[in-house]
Design a protein around this ligand. Structure first.
Ligand code: AMP
Length: 172
């Protein structure tokens, strides 16, 4: 594990009993660690010909926006319902704790744009899979997925059916 992995702390029974929450707050608060984490996430994608990072609310914004800057490309937010002001499309998904919906602007990017989907944690996989369905409906070219952390025991990778790599910087 890279040194910055030590800056991710585990908080048990949050947000409900049985969940071991991976809290990136200490990592974000550490300038060196934060920069190293973003550089590590960006590394494999530098020559991928990407046009935008698509980040999933909310921690996918915190990681995805600096990742987009690191790669010199744009950023598109995928948000919880009712947050985006323009016309949206929507997908539902099951979460490790609960269920929810995700939306993206219909006109976020032109069809065919090459995008990288970003979130902090791959747990049961429903969130990233729903975002991937949104990308497909917008006819975007999903070049890959990037998560800071994969909770491998939860098997969420099974739901990633895109013909594109899903890379995790840290695996637990
Ligand atoms: P999932 O759809 O189960 O893969 O859940 C992924 C989403 O839920 C990500 O946006 C994470 O931020 C959040 N999440 C799920 N489980 C955890 C966890 N154990 N620690 C931190 N975040 C989590």
């Amino acid at each position: 594990m890279p040194p910055f992995a030590a800056l991710v702390r585990e908080i048990v029974d949050f947000p409900k009993p049985g969940i071991c929450f991976k809290d990136i707050s200490p990592l974000l608060a550490d300038g060196t660690g934060f920069a190293a984490a973003i550089a590590a996430m960006a590394g494999p994608w530098r020559d991928a010909g990407l046009q935008a990072v698509v980040g999933i609310e909310a921690r996918g914004f915190i990681l995805g926006a600096p990742l987009a800057r690191e790669l010199g490309i744009g950023f598109v937010p995928v948000r919880k319902p009712g947050k985006l002001p323009g016309a949206v499309i929507e997908e539902s998904y099951a979460l490790e704790y609960g269920s929810d919906r995700l939306q993206v602007h219909r006109d976020a990017l032109p069809a065919g744009a090459r995008v990288l989907l970003v979130d902090d944690v791959l747990a049961t996989g429903g969130t990233l899979a729903a975002a991937a369905r949104l990308m497909a409906r917008l006819e975007l070219q999903l070049v890959g997925g990037a998560v800071l952390m994969e909770l491998a025991a939860l098997g969420g990778r099974r739901l990633w059916t895109a013909d594109a790599p899903l890379l995790a910087t840290l695996r637990y």
